[in-house]
Design a protein around this ligand. Sequence first.
Ligand code: FA5
Length: 347
Amino acid sequence: MNLQVQLEELKQSTLLKLKEMDGNHQKELQDLRVAVLGKKGSLTELLKGLKDLSNEERPLAGKLVNEVRDILTKAFEEQAEIVEAAVIRAKLESESIDVTLPGRQVSLGNRHVLTQTSEEIEDIFLGMGFQIVDGFEVEKDYYNFERMNLPKDHPARDMQDTFYITEEILLRTHTSPVQARTLDQHDFSKGPLKMISPGRVFRRDTDDATHSHQFHQIEGLVVGENISMGDLKGTLQMISQKMFGAERKIRLRPSYFPFTEPSVEVDVSCFKCGGDGCNVCKKTGWIEILGAGMVHPSVLEMSGVDSEKYSGFAFGLGQERIAMLRYGINDIRGFYQGDVRFTEQFK
Ligand code: FA5
């Protein structure tokens, strides 16, 4: 058969088949493309016939083959678009969307109650012109004890045994070492020092409802000229009222810390029994929340601060105890267990 006729037949029959293809013929369309335009397809076969033609006939026939290939390639592309659109249309028609269905609930986390408590306390102090200072959880024995007036053989070290990294490096037992580090840096010619420092501390304590071997404190330190015990009491009273409301009472007990003189321990009336005595407050009616006192002159002198000219007060409060009092949490271990039934309550 004449090549020209064969080409025309191939073109017509392919265009006819293409026209009949719809959304159900994606695979057939692909197969037909391979069968006609592919490496071993019909058009390629016809192309091979060119070699049998005379020199005069060959250019014209070659042109014809190219024309048919272009027409068919374009037709395949157009039909592929039609088929694809039909597939999408069918899919859209078969899927019905119920716009009245409620959306899927996204579960959002929240900041830990200890973080919230710490931020609230920080806000109160920022409002009073305090700066917030960071300390080191892994601290030198020197800052944790010696600079706090607790030399190597001091018996009060026994109250704060801890985890040692080496003989000289330990996990800090309180946030008080930040006092010494900040005093070392402060330039008193520019005004008094007023800082707080929140952070994690560690002790060799036995865990129970109100004690943990790892907990959080906020250190406070004010040093300047003419700072007195009255300033300390006023500051503590203000914080207690802001945190616990007017109905909760506080009491100051004489106490002992080697780095303050005089020293006090501050208790708040028990949130559970209101002061009658229960298992949470160990039948005393009070829960201790912080230790405080007037900065010991030796602590000032060790930082090169003239203790004749400057005086100050310091305090260290337990963040967990504050949160327990505020939210009526009766077991400190809840803070660290990561149970969502606990954490979700503080959204
Ligand atoms: C101190 O740690 C002193 N550095 C506080 C201080 C600072 C006194 C500045 C004077 C001047 P104390 O060991 O009492 O003191 O601890 C302070 C607070 O941390 C306590 O009142 C209590 O609220 C909390 N606390 C102590 N031990 C634990 C524990 N094992 N678990 C949870 N909270 C604790």
